[in-house]
Unconditional design. Structure first.
Length: 263
């Protein structure tokens, strides 16, 4: 399949590890030029050096805290200054604090809104003018399977990632005639550092071994295993490609069949 991604410019957020790193590598393998960011400069520089070496493509690495509007502006402007434009935006952040309703404070709710929702809003706002100049663009938000089937103990993620979907669906209609697509991908339980930390927190809360928590988790996945980051990254590359020009406003889960609902 010809993706049409060779030479395109992509920003991939939170790309030093996990889902963001896998997305960056898959886009690099298709010939994209990349800007990648992380809150830690040393980690994102190391990721960039590895991607350059393995895929022979140009990679700009930047430190950015995506809760900060000024740092988002700097990320996008530096990307456009280096590469001359922007075609693809992949938004991604780490998950918020786990917890139930009664354990969470106003400050924690506000911080989660800044982290999950406002980062996506601001990254999108900065990207759109550059995509308009190109005559097309791809905006892809990495959310979570929680937007289709809430996860116990993840009140903040369940509530606020759903807001990202509402934002994306609405925006997709506003931008459709400009050939700018807006989609969400919803990973299920995937072998990332975030899932490891959640399993450890559950094990500590329950007083069970972490191995028992993972076994119980896998028992609820019809495919009988955790996902791998590259399996989500393949979908992201497809949605970024020329082949996906007529897909917009969608939320697509990659979850091994674990969502029980019909939609």
């Amino acid at each position: 399949m010809k993706t049409g991604l060779d030479g395109k410019v992509a920003i991939v957020c939170a790309a030093s590890e996990g889902l963001g790193r896998a997305a960056a590598e898959t886009l690099a393998a298709e010939g994209c030029r990349l800007a990648i960011c992380s809150r830690r400069q040393d980690a994102i520089d190391a990721a960039a050096a590895d991607i350059r070496d393995r895929y022979r493509t140009d990679v700009l690495s930047l430190q950015a805290d995506l809760r900060d509007a000024a740092q988002i502006k700097r990320l996008v402007s530096a990307t456009v200054e280096k590469f001359g434009g922007l075609d693809i935006m992949v938004t991604n952040v780490g998950g918020p604090k786990p917890g139930t309703f009664e354990t969470l404070t106003d400050d924690e709710w506000i911080e989660a809104v800044e982290l999950l929702l406002m980062s996506a809003v601001r990254l999108t706002r900065e990207a759109i003018p550059h995509m308009r100049r190109r005559g097309a663009g791809r905006i892809i938000h990495i959310t979570s399977v929680a937007v289709k089937q809430p996860v116990a103990g993840l009140m903040l993620s369940n509530a606020i990632r759903a807001a990202v979907v509402g934002f994306s669906k609405t925006l997709s209609k506003e931008l459709a005639r400009e050939n700018i697509t807006v989609n969400c991908v919803a990973p299920g339980y995937t072998r990332t550092a975030r899932v490891v930390k959640l399993n450890e927190a559950t094990a500590q809360r329950e007083g069970n071994p972490v191995e028992e928590v993972e076994r119980r988790l896998i028992a609820n996945i019809p495919m009988g295993r955790l996902g791998e980051p590259g399996e989500l990254a393949g979908l992201i590359a497809y949605l970024a490609s020329d082949q996906a020009a007529y897909i917009t406003g969608s939320v697509i889960q990659v979850d091994g069949g674990s969502v029980a609902g019909l939609f």
